[in-house]
Design a protein around this ligand. Structure first.
Ligand code: NDP
Length: 287
């Protein structure tokens, strides 16, 4: 039996349409719209592509988007000033600092300057603390998107054995917390895990967020498992995930493809978080 393909593009389009309709209603009631500022330091082509897709998605949803592009050699203090100005700007409800930043900048110090009420990426210590306590204002977009995929595919989480491969701050750790809060029994694997296949074979829900092309293969999967592939790897100009789709799909019950799985929902969740930032701002409270 072949796995059901989880269509991230369709689900992302649904979320984006829901955001668009809500933004439209808010514009009618408040005369204002949510605003997202994206700071892109330097000219890294991959970052520029991500930023373009985020700003385009904002425009389509009726969200104001502002792109700030300080040069690659911007000083730490100038960058902090840019963030502080955006913190004060009433038209801007969400602030996103596109990572990675050039080496001479202190990434953590820049992130910590973002007002927690505008932290739509969910990367500040305040947001992480809220997530740990299960009171998130803004969950990081990729993990939040994974939950949307599971929910909209009606995949039950409580009591399931979830195995997350990868423990990064932006994917592995937050998705582990989100699954834990949804009452999964969660195991987190990483590069020092002794017998990875033994762990993954116990997973009812497997999340792969490693950055190693096709490293999760069919024999590492429990029959009927749900497999979420977060990986984005470029091989000979082609995008492939961390999961070896061809050997895993015949064993799993559901699987996200790459591309077209987790990726599109990440951008959709950014819009959703920006909408939320607007809704908790003084402009829209009570609307
Ligand atoms: P990181 O490089 O930050 O983390 C990778 C994790 O994988 C680490 O925890 C590392 O362990 C672990 N790891 C490395 N090798 C192994 C191994 N052999 N066995 C088990 N674990 C291993 O990556 P990210 O979390 O940032 O990203 C992961 C992937 O997801 C990448 O391909 C990235 O491009 C993609 N991604 C996709 C997004 C999307 O929107 N679809 C968004 C963000 C990322 P250790 O901690 O011990 O080093």
């Amino acid at each position: 039996m072949a796995a059901r393909i989880i269509d991230g593009k369709r689900i992302a389009a649904e979320i984006r349409e829901e955001v668009r309709q809500r933004v439209q209603r808010l514009r009618e009631t408040t005369g204002k719209v949510p605003g997202l500022a994206v700071i892109l330091v330097g000219d890294d082509p991959a970052s520029a592509t991500y930023v373009r897709s985020k700003t385009k998605a904002c425009q389509e949803a009726g969200i104001l988007s502002r792109r700030l592009t300080p040069p690659g050699d911007v000083s730490q203090s100038d960058l902090l000033c840019i963030v502080q100005e955006l913190n004060r700007d009433p038209e801007i409800h969400g602030i996103l600092v596109q990572l990675p930043l050039p080496k001479h900048l202190d990434e953590r110090a820049v992130l910590e300057t973002v007002d927690a009420a505008k932290d739509v990426d969910g990367f500040t210590f305040a947001s992480i603390g809220r997530l740990v306590e299960n009171h998130p204002l803004f969950a990081p977009c990729t993990p939040a998107g994974i939950l949307e995929l599971l929910d909209r595919e009606e995949i039950a989480i409580p009591g399931k054995r979830a195995v997350v491969v990868g423990r990064s701050e932006i994917v592995g750790k937050p998705i582990s917390l989100l699954l834990l809060h949804r009452h999964a029994t969660v195991t987190i694997c990483h590069s020092r895990t002794v017998d990875l296949a033994a762990e993954t074979r116990r997973a009812d829900i497997l999340v792969a967020a490693v950055g190693k092309p096709r490293m999760i293969t069919g024999e590492m999967i429990k029959p009927g498992a749900v497999v979420i592939d977060v990986g984005i790897n470029r091989i000979e100009g082609k995008l492939v995930g961390d999961v070896d789709f061809d050997s895993v799909a015949p064993v799993a019950s559901a699987i996200t493809p790459v591309p077209g799985g987790v990726g599109p929902t990440t951008v959709a969740m950014l819009l959703k978080n920006t909408l939320r930032a607007f809704e908790i701002s003084p402009t829209a409270v009570g609307v």
